[in-house]
Design a protein around this ligand. Structure first.
Ligand SMILES: [Ca+2]
Length: 392
């Protein structure tokens, strides 16, 4: 039996709906032992559930991109990168300027989001490793609240989506080629010729259409492959996309020339450094070429996501849907001489993050946010503090 504690009146406007009284009195007590995103999702879901009859629960769409660093988004102040679709959405929501992941690597980051727990607790500390027995995911929590749950795109933990609470799943495992990718579409193995991100965006749209027809609230976990490198370890963008960028406009970090002599031994031999040297770093031209290719696949990702964004509009979902966008980790483009991620340097852990939805006015928030938060209620404080300020 859940226990409830009073819910401050000043936040009640969030749960005020047409034809209904404000939801004002209750909030799930045990959310304070849950991580931030669980808090946000489940609290909103429960709040709606316990509000007046006829009030619909909110829908949730969480989009996770792959290896997209914080500044690889136009809305975050990058004047060069071309991301019009994401920029448009970001500027309609709350843009978080200090969002980070607790473990800058694909599988642990995804497991951290799904469980709301650190890898040391949920068991996923390596690529492709599995959740510990009994670990409960956000999909399972929401499914218990009557949600239709779907995931689409990259999946990178041991258990299948269907074993972690998802009713609908269209996924490819780990990393590989962008085209002709082996995809498990509702249990059927296929290899569509089109880009895997394009295919999965279309299937996410199918899920949204089915969810609308079902009349159930829904949770969609949409995961892009981009901008992760492909199986040949290159950013395989089309030439016409690359041609939108001029090499001379690509930024180059001054720290690429850092002397690591006073750093720990492992940093002078770590793969992030040897791989960077194989790319030609710290030569500025090599970094510019790499950055151009990286930006180009992000532009393609932005384009593929447009189908999903358009369907949210055409299906009339904006009035009752919260949309979250985040990346599973960042990427180093020559900072301190390094490439890739994992290392806890800021370009590796710092990620784009924005949220938009009903009653959330556009704005910028500079507080620290994590894909899991050790202080448990950080997201609640951030989002609801914003809401509170709007209600005053
Ligand atoms: Ca990643």
């Amino acid at each position: 039996m859940r226990e409830f504690i009073p819910f401050p009146e000043k936040w009640c406007f969030l749960f005020t709906f047409q034809g209904g009284e404000p939801f004002s009195q209750l909030i799930m007590k045990n959310v304070f032992s849950l991580p931030i995103l669980y808090f946000c999702f489940t609290t909103l879901a429960l709040a709606y559930q316990h509000s007046s009859p006829g009030v619909e629960k909110p829908n949730f769409i969480f989009i996770y991109s792959d290896d997209q660093r914080y500044d690889a988004l136009g809305a975050n102040g990058n004047p060069v990168i071309i991301t019009p679709e994401l920029d448009l959405l970001a500027r309609q929501g709350i843009q978080f300027t200090n969002a980070n992941v607790v473990f800058a690597l694909c599988s642990p980051s995804r497991a951290a989001f799904l469980t709301g727990r650190y890898g040391s607790s949920n068991g996923v500390l390596e690529l492709g490793s599995d959740l510990k027995q009994g670990e409960k995911t956000i999909a399972q929590y929401l499914k218990e609240e009557g949600y239709l749950t779907g995931m689409s795109g990259k999946w990178h933990i041991g258990k299948k989506p269907s074993e972690t609470g998802f009713d609908f799943s269209v996924f490819f495992t780990g990393n590989g080629d962008y085209y002709n990718r082996l995809i498990y579409d509702e249990g059927k193995a296929i290899t569509p010729e089109i880009h895997c991100d394009q295919y999965c965006a279309s299937r996410s749209v199918d899920f949204l259409k089915d969810a609308v027809a079902s009349d159930k609230p829904f949770f969609l976990f949409h995961n892009t492959q981009l901008p992760h490198m492909n199986g040949a370890l290159i950013w395989d963008a089309k030439e016409k996309t690359k041609a939108q960028y001029r090499l001379e406009n690509m930024p180059v970090a001054n720290s690429r020339l850092d002397d690591l002599v006073d750093k720990p031994e492992y940093l002078r031999t770590v793969r992030n450094l040897t791989q960077a040297r194989s790319y030609g770093y710290p030569n500025a031209d090599s970094i510019k070429s790499h950055t151009r290719d990286y930006y180009a696949v992000i532009t393609e990702m932005d384009h593929f996501l447009s189908e999903l964004f358009e369907s949210i509009e055409t299906l009339g979902l904006r009035d009752n849907t919260y949309i979250f966008f985040m990346s599973d980790n960042g990427w180093m483009l020559g900072e301190h001489g390094f490439t890739s991620k994992v290392l806890p340097y800021r370009p590796s852990t710092h990620v784009p993050f924005f949220v938009l939805g009903p009653e959330l006015a556009p704005g910028v928030n500079q507080e620290l946010v994590l894909n899991i938060d050790s202080r448990k209620i950080r997201m609640k404080l951030i989002i609801w503090r914003k809401m509170t300020s709007l209600s005053q």
